[in-house]
Design a protein around this ligand. Sequence first.
Ligand code: NAD
Ligand code: IPM
Ligand code: MN
Length: 349
Amino acid sequence: MKLAIIPGDGIGKDVTAEALKVLAAVAQRFGRRFELEHLPWSADYYLESKVTIPAGGYDLLRGFDAIFIGALGDPRIPDNRHARDILLGTRFELDLYVNYRPVRLLDARLCPLKDRGPDDVNFVVFRENTEGLYVSIGGRFKAGTEDEIAIQEELNTYKGVHRIVRHAFEFAKARGLTKVCMADKSNAMTDGHALWQRVFKQVAAEYPGITPTHYYIDALAMYMVLDPGQFEVIVTNNLFGDIVTDLGATFQGGLGMAASGNLHPGKTSMFEPVHGSAPKFAGKNVANPIGAIGSVSLMLETLGLSDEAAAIDAAILKAVRERQVTSDVGGTLGTTQAGDYIAASVQRQ
Ligand code: NAD
Ligand code: IPM
Ligand code: MN
């Protein structure tokens, strides 16, 4: 299998090294061969070359079986231009419309919610990943003056809403789940989110075994904290999904724990931890590599290698239970030692 690897910026590089260590352990244990191509696209690359992603870059990516990204973001590039082209550009150009973000608590000790354990926190968020407020439609007029006007439009299309809502129901059905919750802000955004309402009702009617529920996004945030156990599958738009998955990450022990996949079922997909480049931790051997390693598991699962993915998940769980983890989740290990431990237990199982 051919994989593109984009470590990116900051701790993205640190955690990618550990993710690849674990991938190598999987390759050895299961007798698989992964052909890796490292792509240097990052803040450093942009500052040196003035190129965010080279011509033909997205076509190059389409030629791989999957793509792994560490993180992108650098204070030297305040408008985040390179991340827009590399990260968001890949989501848009490869039409990776499903942002798959499982929220699964591995150990009650890691959860900041009072008296909650793994049984209470186990759901997935499907975030629409190709439209919404992320499409850069708009502009600024008289920028920098007191007359400045800034417009950023939210795009909602029938096709876009329909395919992510459909995906959420299909996922629930395939896993024997019985609840799908859609969150929008249709009480205030009475045009764009009326479309979400219509599509959700229409699709839900095709799945009699699944109970559809709806919350406004503000209420969803509250209920996630108050009663996370009621959720199995949540589906929402691009921006709301971004926000509630950072909240979900805290339930799992923090941003360092959360994994994600950017999928177009049947096509080249991209995998990355939910966290960003955390510049203050970069290169200091402190970043938690579990979100990145979990993203490798999601990648292998998506590529049909479910035993391999399960071996990684079991090794992560063991590391968490035995506190062989970084300090953000109560351990004393550095990034590389935490990665070593998980890689070694993948091989020993
Ligand atoms: P961030 O996720 O980088 O970090 C926020 C805080 O979360 C960190 O300061 C740290 O305390 C904690 N954290 C995050 N990852 C961790 C890890 N692996 N181990 C331990 N602690 C961890 O978010 P931010 O500070 O808002 O953004 C920093 C940069 O990253 C920005 O440029 C932002 O645009 C970018 N970003 C990129 C992605 C991505 O590439 N997918 C995601 C989010 C943010
Ligand atoms: C994420 C990130 C990105 C997003 C940023 C870096 C543009 O926060 O992947 O969650 O908002 O999608
Ligand atoms: Mn985010």
